[in-house]
Design a protein around this ligand. Structure first.
Ligand SMILES: [Zn+2]
Length: 167
């Protein structure tokens, strides 16, 4: 019996983007298709999937350890792969991870309204990267998912929380 299973290695990986989103299984197919249609590739680019996706970056003061962990992950990736030019954050409607988020972080329309803050955070720490933010929502009968690009905040509001993160 052969105990070894062998697969191809990626020679000279060249990721162009880091894409962050939630693990919610209702969105798996939509996220995959959307990334492809944006011109990215989940086998070439770096896709980070975890519950809540990038939400902690919108609340660095209220979720300091989670946002710091994610920031350090992104810093590592960008240092390791200079080919990365774009950071993409996707949030989705009805994200159950918000049950674990401190109450005061629940802005009106929370998943979508957190995105500009996530963008502001990313632009502050990764000023040379292109930042793109998307919100995924269900259609009326919940059988399809639509994506909308969201603008980041024009100015960085994060002065106060950043002191905590950088100290
Ligand atoms: Zn979610």
């Amino acid at each position: 019996m052969n105990n070894f299973m062998t697969y191809p290695a990626v020679i000279n990986p060249n990721p162009k983007a880091i894409i962050k989103y939630c693990i919610d299984p209702r969105f798996v197919i939509a996220f995959k298709g959307f990334i492809k249609d944006l011109g990215f590739d989940d086998e070439v680019d770096i896709v980070k999937k975890f519950a809540g996706g990038p939400v902690a970056l919108a609340h660095p003061k209220e979720m300091p350890s989670r946002s710091k962990w994610l920031r350090k992950q992104l810093e590592f990736d960008c240092d390791k792969f200079s080919s990365i030019e774009t950071l993409i954050a996707i949030m989705h409607e009805d994200c159950a991870y918000y049950h674990t988020v401190p109450n005061k972080c629940h802005r009106l329309g929370k998943e979508r309204s957190d995105l500009p803050f996530i963008g502001s955070f990313l632009k502050h720490y990764f000023p040379s990267k292109e930042i793109r933010l998307y919100y995924a929502r269900f259609t009326k009968n919940k059988t399809k998912i639509t994506f909308e690009e969201v603008e980041q905040l024009k100015k960085v509001y994060l002065t106060e929380p950043l002191k905590i993160l950088t100290s």
